[in-house]
Ligand binder design. Structure first.
Ligand code: M6R
Length: 369
């Protein structure tokens, strides 16, 4: 059942091309029209949405952060992302023009379920992005957009994360189509780049030897930092969470711009720092800013490990090691840059002899508050 892999986690990392492809399947036509029939909320109601709040925990909340960047860019609707357990207890301001998008692999996370119930009571419309058919959160939501990652067995989420991000993009494109915030051609372009993602993920999986080798060489690390910016920021957070969960190593993700505001004090000789570099095509020239962050930490002795887009030669001089991912449009990069970080955490934990499918102290679904 592990399909020849040593762990479910490894298998699930390799299931990711299919998880993305299956989540895209049947949800658009050749003309670039999104067909989200399952989203049973009246189109007019969706057109009148003035604010979106994404609710989730853990890895799913990082998918929510990616959703925020994409939906705000494509639809110009303000999006907040909040941890479900924080949301509930602060008397949040919601009304009938607020759309709640919950993201949950299991559909059973108590914190998220309670937050969705609360939002419904306040009159909000609720959409669930979920991987588990018929689970509680989608049953209690007005509408559901299922991710088709297949059952995820390993406690640490991998393929569900990529599928959640994919579903979030589809939701963003659908709303952009309804509100006419993107041209048909723009939507078509994004859909066509999304369709290419599975093969690109496969390419990363097929060329993973060097990241695995690095992971084995770092089994004794006591702390690892992850930097990212824009859509690379949630990727950095996810890279850090995977390492904590699986390898029990202290790891933290930061927004690269925050470095000077404190975290740079952590850098000393030999400190490993992963940097998720934005695409050189990013419209806000964040690439150059992140490259200078790499220089800054390196000048202070950090061991810099860089994840960048193929063809980006500018990072080479400052990186101890570079892992390239295939090119795609900047907004879609998380579907690729996440993968080396997952492989890294899985391999490092395995090298330490830990059970990657059942990390200590964790449960696959957290059904208590
Ligand atoms: O089932 P959910 O997506 O609601 O679960 C949310 C988190 O508990 C989950 O993502 C957790 O952070 C994983 N262990 C991450 O690997």
């Amino acid at each position: 059942e592990k399909g020849g892999f040593a762990s479910f986690m490894e298998k699930e990392i390799h299931d990711q091309p299919a998880a993305v492809a299956d989540t895209l399947l049947g949800r658009s036509d050749v003309d670039g029209n999104l067909i989200l029939d399952e989203l049973r909320i009246d189109e007019d109601e969706l057109r009148n949405i003035r604010k979106i709040i994404v609710l989730a925990c853990g890895t799913s909340s990082y998918a929510g952060m990616v959703a925020k960047y994409a939906i705000e860019r494509w639809c110009r609707i303000p999006v907040e992302v909040e941890l479900s357990h924080e949301f509930r207890y602060r008397d949040p301001i919601i009304d009938a023009n607020t759309l709640i998008v919950s993201i949950s692999q299991s559909g059973e996370t108590m914190d998220t379920l309670m937050a969705v119930r609360y939002a419904k009571e306040q009159g909000a419309r609720t959409v669930s992005i979920c991987n588990t058919n018929g689970s509680t959160i989608p049953r209690e939501s007005d509408a559901v957009l299922y991710t088709h990652a297949g059952p995820e067995i390993a406690v640490a989420s991998t393929k569900a994360f990529l599928a959640q991000i994919t579903a979030a993009y589809l939701l963003g494109l659908y709303l952009a189509q309804l509100t006419k915030k993107l041209y048909r051609e723009e939507i078509k372009d994004i859909l066509s780049d999304l369709a290419d993602i599975p093969a690109k993920v496969q390419q990363i999986l097929d060329n993973a030897d060097s990241i695995k080798e690095l992971a084995r060489s770092m089994a004794e690390a006591s702390s690892v930092l992850f930097l990212g910016r824009n859509v690379g920021y949630p990727v950095a957070l996810e890279g850090a969470l995977k390492l904590k969960e699986l390898a029990y190593i202290h790891a933290e993700g930061f927004a690269a711009g925050e470095l000077k505001h404190g975290p740079i004090a952590l850098i000393d000789e030999g400190q490993p720092v992963f940097v998720v570099v934005p695409s050189p095509m990013d419209r806000h020239s964040l690439h150059a800013k992140v490259v200078s962050n790499i220089q800054e930490v390196r000048a202070r002795g950090a061991k810099t490990i860089v994840v960048a887009e193929a063809g980006d030669e500018t990072v080479r001089d400052y990186a101890e090691q570079v892992f390239y991912v295939p090119e795609t449009q900047p907004m879609l990069m998380p579907l690729l840059t996440t993968v080396p970080l997952q492989i890294f955490a899985c391999e490092l934990a395995t090298a330490k002899g830990y059970d990657v499918d059942q990390p200590r102290n964790l449960a696959k679904s957290v059904t208590v508050e």
